[in-house]
Design a binder for this molecule. Structure first.
Ligand SMILES: Cc1cc2nc3c(=O)[nH]c(=O)nc-3n(C[C@H](O)[C@H](O)[C@H](O)COP(=O)(O)O)c2cc1C
Length: 332
């Protein structure tokens, strides 16, 4: 991003500084500081915001679309949904109602803030404190099963129509998913464009590595044959997790993808509050034939699997990844 540096300072927002008396545009900008802490594939942060009074258009910035890994833009739309969810949770926290309009074309989402209206029921202001705590956990998980009450809380995160949550815990199906993951990793790492794209994001430090480690990481991913290594590592990560979550939808249009992102972020924040680690893994979904295999494996033949993630317990803390500052995403 020209003129802007990645930094972890963005995580230190002070909620007490919410400008209660300021214009709606200024309040909206304050809330957007929470939106940009959302997860996104390769930490690409592919969002752009046009703010006018209480109307916030959430656009996809195609310059940060992962066109090798995410050819049909699913991850891009899911990432936008994660940012929208943070925005709405923050709005509720400060007593601001909102309305979300979803579109098939651009912009895929418009959030309108209503400071004089109550928030819609069924939303989750209690997740606000988790926004600055959440991070993706890339470590092995312990095999302690997820308790019944956390499973119920995760299921309750699915408020939008047309999205189904599948929780896979049985070792046989987890093993099959781990095998699919290994195959997907080998195929992706065999594609020089995929490796180059991933290498670029690692190289600029988007995944949180300091300068030298980032540059070495970029060279390794771009030039070395590490498909087998990734396959073994990632299939082990899946097997270590007590559960794999998959969100499927009836439609594959942008609104369904954005809603999936909202639900995933709600789940990630809920999991954070419960001390559960979360780790999305997208390689299976990036390969159409493998996505179909996954659908039949989870009894979702008539559905579109959009997002897959490991859930479990981890002793390892994960540092926050950096972000560009909000100003980098505001468009006049
Ligand atoms: C749609 C989507 C797909 C993702 N896919 C992967 C993945 O395949 N592998 C992975 O390690 N992390 C994946 N992530 C996690 C991102 O790498 C992570 O969100 C990003 O680096 C920012 O870090 P944070 O979540 O800790 O804030 C994905 C996240 C999203 C939203």
């Amino acid at each position: 991003m020209v003129g802007h540096d990645l930094s972890s300072d963005v995580w230190g927002i002070d909620a007490d500084k919410f400008p209660t008396e300021a214009s709606l545009t200024q309040r909206a900008r304050f809330l957007l500081q929470y939106a940009v802490l959302a997860p996104s594939s390769h930490n690409s942060q592919p969002w752009e915001f046009v703010v006018e009074d209480g109307k916030i258009e959430v656009h996809a910035d195609e310059a940060r679309w992962l066109d090798a890994a995410d050819q049909d833009k699913r991850e891009l739309h899911i990432s936008l949904g994660c940012a929208v969810e943070n925005l709405c949770i923050a709005a509720e926290r400060f007593g601001i109602g909102f309305e979300i309009a979803y579109h098939d074309d651009s912009p895929p989402v418009i959030v309108t803030l209503h400071p004089d209206r109550n928030s819609p029921s069924g939303s989750h202001p209690e997740l606000f404190d988790q926004i600055i705590e959440r991070s993706t956990n890339h470590h092995l998980f312990g095999n302690e099963p997820l308790g019944g009450s956390i499973q119920e809380k995760l299921r309750n995160c699915v408020a939008e129509d047309g999205v189904t949550f599948h929780l896979i815990e049985d070792p046989g199906r987890k093993e099959s998913i781990a095998e699919l993951q290994a195959e997907a990793d080998r195929l992706q790492m065999d594609d020089p464009e995929y490796r180059k794209e991933l290498g670029n994001w690692i190289g600029i430090g988007a995944l949180g590595d300091p300068w030298l480690k980032a540059r070495i990481g970029q060279a390794v991913v771009t030039y070395l044959d590490i498909g087998d290594r990734e396959a073994k590592k990632n299939s082990k990560l899946i097997q270590s997790a007590p559960a794999v979550g998959v969100l499927t939808t009836e439609s594959d249009a942008p609104p369904a993808r954005v809603k999936t992102g909202q639900i995933f972020e709600r789940m990630a924040l809920t999991a954070t509050a419960e001390g559960i680690a979360v780790h999305p893994m997208s390689q299976i979904l990036e390969r159409p034939a493998m996505r179909e295999e996954l659908a039949s494996l989870i009894d979702g033949d008539d559905k579109v699997p959009l997002h897959l993630f490991r859930l479990g317990y981890s002793q390892e803390e994960q540092d926050h990844t950096p972000r560009w500052p909000l100003e980098a995403f505001l468009v006049e």
